[in-house]
Design a binder for this molecule. Structure first.
Ligand code: PLP
Ligand code: COI
Length: 368
């Protein structure tokens, strides 16, 4: 599919919008353009990069009634050579199609997704944030547009990509450990449901738990399985803990847990990190016991937005506080964070194929 470029006559420049001294929020700022592709008559068509702006959508569009929508989250980084590289964006493209399958939506060619995301970043490359530790957050999403009130998969869709120059997801970044509420009251997913997908509805359903977490001064909840027996994941990141011997444990992926690209990457990096990383079912009672007797010395979350977010404390619904280690950011988490972000930012050599350079397409530059 060819991509049509309908560019803003005069793009804003990062120097106007992103002051180097300004600390960047996560996900608030937009670049000048977006990519849109329509699914009509059984095929994806009319790929275009156009100025960022409101969409026109029918009030009867099924997404507005039954929530047939999904999204992805990826990142691009600027390397010391001054070039922009996307990080494992092919994995996001693949997972988008997995979510699409779960939600009865059409798949979209993975190579095309990567090419289209690169084209959009290229158009808005001057929006790359210059703040230390910032990145360009990539948000592809897809939703149902058919004007129909029957509950059935839509016949038409839009695939859209927007970009957001972003700072850390948790405002304090890697400097301050977070607190998670372990909840038995709310659940994110059940087997046979949509937990393994990035269905928009999973996140709508998590809002109530997120608000509840605030009452405990916690950043997010840590979800358990439906029987309240095993640890699953947090609302926007996978969970990890680190045992006294340095073993990193990530709950085993099931159809109720999102297969985090960050977790998968840390697993693949274990040899070069010099750490053993395993996946297994994590019993809540054992987890709590091991935190109390200091057999678990570190814990946290893995995610694209969250990167590596150490947890200093868990709070239970009866207000019991469990401090992990001494409550500060531990050495193993620091090591993982430094190594992982070193790879993303080009300071440490990445495994083959993890980083793709955003090439410059000089042909459209004259219209810009
Ligand atoms: N789990 C959930 C529910 C998420 O929303 C995310 C974020 O994407 C993750 C885990 C982490 O996945 P990834 O590392 O692919 O961003
Ligand atoms: C991401 O990490 O990219 C996510 O999708 C989490 C999001 C809900 C902010």
């Amino acid at each position: 599919m060819n991509i049509a470029y309908l560019l803003k006559p005069k793009s804003k420049r990062r120097s106007e919008a992103l002051k180097p001294t300004q600390s960047l929020p996560f996900g608030q700022i937009r670049t000048d353009h977006m990519l849109i592709v329509d699914y009509e008559d059984g095929q994806w068509q009319n790929a275009r990069i156009i100025p960022y702006g409101p969409l026109s959508i029918s009030p009867g569009a099924t997404v507005l009634h039954y929530g047939q929508a999904l999204f992805e989250g990826g990142k691009a980084f600027m390397h010391p050579d001054g070039e922009i590289y996307t990080f494992r964006i092919d994995k996001n493209a693949k997972r988008l199609n997995k979510s699409a399958e779960i939600l009865c939506m059409p798949s979209i060619d993975e190579n095309f997704q990567v090419e289209a995301i690169h084209a959009l970043i290229d158009v808005d490359r001057l929006w790359f944030p210059i703040q230390e530790g910032a990145s360009l957050y990539i948000r592809p999403f897809m939703f149902a547009t058919e004007d129909s009130l029957g509950v059935h998969p839509s016949k038409s869709y839009k695939y859209i990509v927007i970009l957001s120059p972003s700072g850390p997801y948790y405002p304090a970044g890697f400097t301050k450990p977070i607190r998670l509420l372990i909840t038995k009251k709310f659940h994110r997913a059940v087997s046979g449901g949509t937990g393994e997908s990035k269905a928009a509805g999973n996140y709508a359903a998590s809002l109530r738990a997120g608000e509840f977490a605030k009452q405990f001064d916690a950043s997010q909840v840590l979800y358990l399985d439906a029987q309240n027996k095993y640890i699953e994941e947090a609302g926007a990141m996978n969970h990890y803990h680190i045992e006294k011997d340095g073993t990193v444990v990530i709950p085993e992926f099931t159809d109720t847990i999102l297969r985090s690209i960050t977790s998968e990457s840390i697993i693949e990096l274990q040899t070069s990190l010099g750490l053993k990383v395993i996946q297994k079912k994590v019993l809540l009672d054992e987890f709590i016991e091991k935190i109390k007797n200091k057999e678990i010395i570190e814990a946290g979350g893995f995610g694209t937005a969250a990167v590596v977010s150490p947890v200093g404390e868990y709070v239970l619904e009866d207000n019991t506080i469990l401090t992990v280690g001494d409550g500060s950011i531990g050495e193993y988490s620091k090591k993982i964070y430094t190594y992982y972000t070193g790879i993303q930012t080009g300071k440490i050599k990445a495994p083959y194929g993890w980083l793709k350079k955003v090439e410059k397409n000089l042909s459209f530059k004259t219209q810009n």
